[in-house]
Structures are given as C-alpha cells and as structure tokens.
Design a protein around this ligand. Structure first.
Ligand code: ZN
Length: 441
C-alpha cells in the first residue's frame, strides 16, 4: 500500500471539466479532490507544462500469452502500456493458446500473467461455435464480456459465429446483462470481392470493402434487436456504417462502437505499396473515412478509441516480400496510442477532455471496470502527467517486436510520469499490476 500522497497540477482533467486541483490519495484510492492550494504539506506538483489525466483504459489489446508469446507477452505489453500512460489493459481472448473460451482457459491466462504486470489487466472471454453454455460461467469467473468474430479470425482455434451461433450467444448473455463485442466483417461480401494478392495496397483494400463491415454490422444489429442483448462493434474503419449505427441507437438497440488510432491517423492514399506494417483488418481506408470517423467521435456517434494492439513477429509481417495477402493482419501501437490520438485531436480543435472521455472513461464504462476511467473520489489513483505541447519522434518502443507503422512519426504530447494505485511507475521496478475481474474493479 502506498500510504498517502497528494498530486496537484494547474490543469487536471476531471469528469466535469479541466481545472487546477489537488488529488489526494490514500492506500491507492482517490480520497478527495480539492483546490490546488489545499494540498497539505508535501504535495507532488506537476511541471507547468504538464496536465494530470486519469490513466487510460485500453480495452482492445492482444497480449498473445501463453501460446504465441513470441508475438507479445504480459511483461512487454504492460511495460509498453505503462510508458504510454495506459494503466489498464483488457486482453483479447484470441491469438493466445488456449483461447479464452471457458473459465478454465481464463484461469490459465491469469496464471500466465501473474507477477509480470506493470499495469492492471482484465480479460475478455471468447464466444465460439458450441460454447454458448460456457459464457455465463466465463463472466462469473471474471471476464468483462465476450468477443466473437463474424468471419474467419485468422487463427484456427477461434472460429467465427454464424447467425444462429450469434443469437445463441446473445440469448445466453442477455440473461445476465453480459456484453458481446464483435469483429464485424462479412465472409460472403469478402468472398465476392477481388483477391488481395501482391504488394499493391489498393488491391488489399479492394479485397475487404466497406460493404463487408456494413453487412456484418447489420447482422449484429438485427441479433441485438431480437435478443435485447448489449453489443459492441470493435475497430470500425468504414464510415459508411455510421448512419445504420445511429439509426439502431435511435430505435433503442443497445450498441456501442469503437475505432482505433490507425484509422484516425493514416489513409489508404498514403500507405506505400509493400508496406505490410500497415496491414490490419478491416483495412485502413481512404482519407474521407478518416475524417468522418473524427467527426463521429466529436458528435458522440463513436464511443471510444482503443489500440487494437495486435503485433506478431517480423517474419509473419512478410516485410521481405511485402505481400498483403500473406502478411499477418494487425498493427502494433499500444505505447503510442495517447500521443497519436492527441496529435490528431489537437489538429482538429478537439480537447484533452475529449481524449480522456474516448480513451479512459468510455472503455472503463464499456468493461464495467468501475474503479477506473476518471479522477474522482473512490476510483483507483491511476494518474498520468502528460505534456501536451512537447513534440517527439517515434523511436524504439517496449513492444516485444519492433514493427509498427508509427516508426519515425512526429507526434505532439509526451507521457512524462504515471501512477498506478498511487505509486509512481518507474521502468525497471518490480511489476505491481493487478488482475481485474468484471464487477470487482
Ligand atoms: Zn483486435
């Protein structure tokens, strides 16, 4: 336990706005938020150019351990998160072996993570064909919700749900108000599209059209409407789906949606041919989509921004041949998510309060991690000192594998310090992150 500390700053992003404040912490929890001058004897005072933010919650991270630990792992992923101001990550149920499709597999994951965590970690379960009867038990065991794919996931041990399987999963989840998050692309639309072969980015993009996202999201909306369950669309890339999402919400369908830093930063027009570090699914689309995603964030039509950190080894990215068909689809970006999103937000006149809403409050609310997501009395003292005007260039990161399309990118905003449960995170110190469970934040 950390005893008592006070952290104060001239700019603190609080749930109701930004102002000078002192954050009083006792035993890792925020005990009070007072005026800047009511900070007691020995406060930690941030530098004049630093803003105090709540730690970010990244609800979309593929840690891949155990089973594919050479792609990433709990030690390296959480170290990268800590350096990036992300104090909570939620691990995806696939790409690790076993996939997290029952309570026993969740236990295996927790054991693998134990003792390695620089930040707090929670877990998604997985919905696959035939495991609907397991889902309530997965939630009871602590998973924050379950993920499914509506088309091939890329790994054989995590097959997709068809519409009957989707409805079976949602029916089971609705009984306990559980959440299903879905990778929304449609197999039939993609099968009818051109093949992706070769190094041309335009060919890869044409092989996974926006209509594939729209068709799958339509399937998800219909199933959510019929079952009353809560659903969430992961990594929206296609702005063409926004009107149907808006309409579904307007009629009362319980659906939320996220997008990712890479869809908000890059555009198809600027991806060099052969540059498979940019390959992800759904793909980075044209600039017109990027700008529409920003507008939807500003309007509240997109709820959150999370990394979808999904690395692999350099060999699997096929950088040697630059072939978009055979390269692994996934972008590594966990450590740079905050400055990347802030750089884009700032350029469009959006505020740090907006960024905190998308990247801390909303993901905490989605996952039911009630102790996270804001600087407020009773929440965990997970804090970040962020210098929003300092510029940097993306160099070496703590990710296990170095490949990322952000290399060399100029960014604005630097994470200077971070605290987890009121204790400052210092690289090289013993890992103190905790395993989190649904409802027991
Ligand atoms: Zn993902």
């Amino acid at each position: 336990m950390s005893g008592a500390i006070v952290v104060r700053a001239r700019r603190v992003v609080l749930p109701d706005g930004e102002r000078a404040a002192a954050v009083h912490v006792r035993d890792g929890v925020i005990e009070a938020v007072t005026g800047f001058d009511e900070a007691g004897d020995r406060p930690v005072t941030l530098a004049a150019d630093e803003v105090l933010l709540p730690g970010l919650v990244d609800s979309h991270v593929h840690v891949n351990e155990p089973g594919r630990t050479e792609w990433e792992g709990f030690a390296s992923a959480t170290r990268a998160a800590a350096a990036g101001g992300v104090t909570t990550i939620v691990d995806m149920p696939l790409n690790s072996v076993p996939p997290t499709v029952n309570a026993k597999a969740l236990q295996v994951k927790r054991q693998a993570a134990q003792g390695q965590l620089s930040v707090d970690v929670a877990f998604w379960g997985g919905a696959v064909p035939g495991n609907a009867s397991q889902l309530q038990r997965l939630l009871a065991a602590g998973a924050v919700g379950v993920k499914c794919f509506l088309l091939d996931s890329g790994v054989p041990e995590f097959p997709p749900l068809d519409d009957a399987g989707l409805r079976a999963a949602l029916t089971a989840l609705a009984e306990v108000d559980g959440l299903l998050i879905a990778h929304c692309e449609d197999d039939d639309v993609i099968a009818a599209a051109p093949d992706p072969g070769g190094p041309r980015y335009a060919d890869f993009l044409a092989s996974r059209p926006g209509a594939a996202e729209e068709t799958a999201i339509g399937r998800l909306i219909a199933a959510a409407r019929d079952t009353g369950a809560r659903v969430h669309v992961v990594h929206l890339a296609d702005a063409g789906a926004l009107p149907m999402l808006r309409a579904a919400r307007a009629e009362g369908v319980r659906i939320t949606v996220e997008t990712c830093p890479h869809y908000l930063t890059f555009s198809a027009e600027e991806v060099p041919d052969g540059a498979t570090s940019f390959k992800c699914c759904p793909p980075i689309r044209e600039a017109v989509h990027r700008e529409a995603l920003w507008a939807a964030l500003a309007d509240g039509d997109i709820d959150l921004v999370v990394s979808d950190h999904s690395p692999c080894t350099p060999e699997l990215k096929r950088l040697d041949v630059g072939d978009f068909a055979s390269a692994w689809g996934g972008i590594a970006g966990l450590q740079v998510t905050l400055p990347v999103v802030w750089t884009g937000a700032r350029a469009r006149g959006l505020s740090l309060g907006d960024v905190v809403r998308w990247m801390s409050a909303a993901p905490a609310a989605l996952t039911g991690l009630t102790g996270k997501g804001g600087i407020a009395v009773g929440k965990d003292a997970d804090l970040v000192a962020f210098a929003p005007d300092e510029r940097s260039t993306v160099g070496e990161l703590h990710h296990r594998n170095p490949v990322t399309p952000y290399t060399g990118r100029e960014l604005t905003g630097v994470v200077r310090r971070a605290w987890l449960h009121g204790e400052e995170l210092v690289d090289g110190n013993a890992p103190r992150g905790r395993l989190l469970s649904r409802g027991r934040a």
